[in-house]
Ligand binder design. Sequence first.
Ligand code: RIB
Ligand code: CA
Length: 314
Amino acid sequence: MGKTSIILDVDTGVDDAFAVLFAALHPDINLLGITCVDGNTNIDQVVANTLKVLDAAGAPEIPVARGAVKPLLGKSQYAEYVHGADGMGDLGIAPSARKVDSRSAVELLRDLIEQSKDPVTIVPLAPLTNIALFLRAFPETAKKVHRIVLMGGSASAGNATAAAEFNIWHDPEAAAIVFQSGVPITMYGLDVFMRPGINREQATQMQNSSNPAAQFGGSLALAFMERLGVSPVTLGDYGAVASVIRPDLFTTEMFDVVVDTSAGPARGQTLVDRRDAFLKELEPLDLEDSAKVRVTLDLDVNGVEQLWLTTINP
Ligand code: RIB
Ligand code: CA
């Protein structure tokens, strides 16, 4: 299998950092660029954090662009209680000397997709504000997107609220635009998101290695454990990137899905219709607003964990 060309959209974030490390280091991934969006923390912090992760990975000059400063509607809602004040574990890592790209996120998405000779997979790991704006601003380029594999949503319970997962809840209108866009979508949601993890022993071993990327990944994981008071901690967003190049490790199924954009208690829910066909006949989901989405339901946890560990610390 050759390299897969991907563009990450991130709100770095500890687990976004796990994903960026992996995408920058795995030989089967051609990381074309990274777009940043308001989410776990503010946009400037997301950009600064993302550049630092590329330093830790020893990555080449991969373009990183600044995107939406807040959701399409409503206000930003940060997750510093999870990711720390700086959004990346408050490790006090020195600022990167790398420069953010002069283009906005939507312009970088357009240029990378137009210039790529290979099919491009967009891998959003954050609220979908940038992706929605891109789809609306450049519809002709949007038609060239191979697929979107996104971390977001849930076919079961939420995390930001009882019903909604954080990335969708942060900008439900953007999520609805993306889900209804017609671009093939794979949803890597909370049904699998928490399961691949790293424990204290593994993180300490990485931190003590001679490999800078492993030291960074291990330190980040240990800081995550201190903050959350648990071990293991989830590798989170990384799993969505793994599912792009190793679909054999994941179980998916197609469902009709609708994003709740109401103002009610289910705002931001991805309602996944798992009913039997004959019941769906009785009262189908409102097909105006729903979409056929490939939902990730299960995974080979050990295989996914080992893939990250052996890539970051070969
Ligand atoms: O709900 C989990 C998602 O919210 C992850 O992408 C995490 O980084 C946060 O953005
Ligand atoms: Ca994220």
